[in-house]
Design a protein around this ligand. Structure first.
Ligand code: GN1
Ligand code: MG
Length: 365
């Protein structure tokens, strides 16, 4: 990842937080599409320690302080749960460092909001999951995360309103087709048709929630496989990360995004569409893992919609990539031309693959 920040600047930014020891080096970290992340290395009395320093993308998160209030509440709550379990465990939660004024974030001179975390060692995020056992653990980890938050008191801020409101995402696509600021719409006719021919299904989950058939919960809303850390030694999913979109939502959004990102053996921007599809054994792993953690609190109506949620969220993210392509790549980071279009194509290929296996998925229920 190219970064506009020099070592000196990062060192100064990191200096806004209470970190003891000597700054050694900062390196760009991870593959996020939105925020900028650096791994910091410090020397503390001869021992090397790592921290994560992150700039919140204020184009995406208009109210970073609200984001940080949510993240603090959620991580404190989960830490309480881990401690109360009184068990030997590698389970972790992200831990925020304090800035000098005691707040868990700090603004730089340019008005950017930064935060720093203790780095979780000996664990990593996988872009593509390797086998059904790993899928099971990832889904179990995200399911446990939802379960840990069931008794969090008070509503969290909606850090991005209507984040998973699929009909509004369709509206945004249609507005982008109409505005067509980069004159790209004519080149993506099949992709546009793909979405619009499925428009009628897009409001299904929102409608069920409105009718009271499925409840609002506290959900993660960005349960990409790479947003959970897997312990190097045990293979257990030990820490959910990327908590900016933790907010009121439907449990199904989290399951859907897990399937989208965890059951596909190819990367999100894979160019060879023959490699893209939903592996059924991976779906089974994700399904079993999610049920093992969340089966106790999910209602029958929610369980019934699990297969559909995989299709819906994959379609939704595909249309978000397509919209961003039409708008000139203003939301998601891109590293090459047409990357957003490539991303949308993989999502639509995956939707087709999910549709073709829908009966088998239903049968698992
Ligand atoms: C973004 O930041 P990252 O890469 O985890 C996006 C998600 C998308 C994802 C697709 C706030 O997540 O909604 O599903 O890219 N996050 C936001 O890769 O828009
Ligand atoms: Mg992420």
């Amino acid at each position: 990842m190219a970064t506009p920040y020099t070592q000196r600047e990062i060192r100064r930014l990191a200096g806004m937080f209470d970190i003891y020891g000597d700054f050694l080096v900062a390196t760009p970290f991870g593959n996020g599409n939105v925020n900028d992340t650096f791994q910091l290395t410090y020397d503390q009395g001869g021992i090397r320690l790592h921290y994560a320093l992150q700039r919140i993308n204020s184009n995406v998160f208009k109210d970073p302080v609200a984001v940080m209030e949510n993240v603090s509440r959620v991580t404190d709550h989960i830490l309480g749960k881990i401690r109360a379990a009184h068990a030997e465990t590698r389970k972790r939660t992200l831990r925020l460092l304090h800035a000098h004024d005691g707040k868990p974030y700090a603004f730089d001179d340019m008005g950017n909001c930064w935060r720093a975390y203790v780095f979780v060692e000996h664990a990593r995020a996988y872009e593509v999951l390797e086998n059904p056992e790993q899928a099971f653990r990832v889904a179990q980890g995200f399911g446990e995360f939802q379960k840990q938050l069931v008794d969090l008191k008070g509503r969290l801020h909606e850090t991005i309103p209507d984040f998973h409101n699929t009909p509004k995402r369709v509206d945004a696509l249609e507005a982008a087709i109409k505005a067509d600021p980069c004159n790209r719409a004519k080149s993506v006719g099949p992709e546009i048709d793909f979405v619009l021919s499925r428009k009628d299904e897009c409001g299904k989950l929102i409608a069920l929630n409105k009718e009271g058939a499925i409840p609002e919960r506290i959900t993660h809303n960005d349960t990409k496989a790479n947003n959970i850390l897997i312990d190097d030694l045990s293979g257990e999913a030990i820490c959910v990360i990327d908590l900016d979109t933790v907010m009121p939502g439907l449990a199904l959004y989290d399951f859907g995004d897990m399937v989208r990102s965890g059951a596909n053996p190819a990367e999100e921007d894979e160019l060879d569409l023959n490699r893209v599809g939903m592996r059924f054994d991976m779906y089974e792993g994700l399904y079993d893992g999610f049920i093992s953690a969340a089966g106790g609190f999910l209602t029958e109506a929610e369980k019934e919609m699990l297969p559909f949620s995989a299709k819906l969220i994959t379609l939704e993210i595909g249309m978000r990539f397509l919209t961003d392509y039409l708008m000139g790549d203003v939301y998601f980071k891109t590293r090459r031309k047409q990357q957003n279009l490539d991303r949308s194509r993989t999502q639509f290929k995956l939707v087709e693959s999910i549709e073709a296996q829908m009966n088998k998925m239903q049968a698992l229920l």
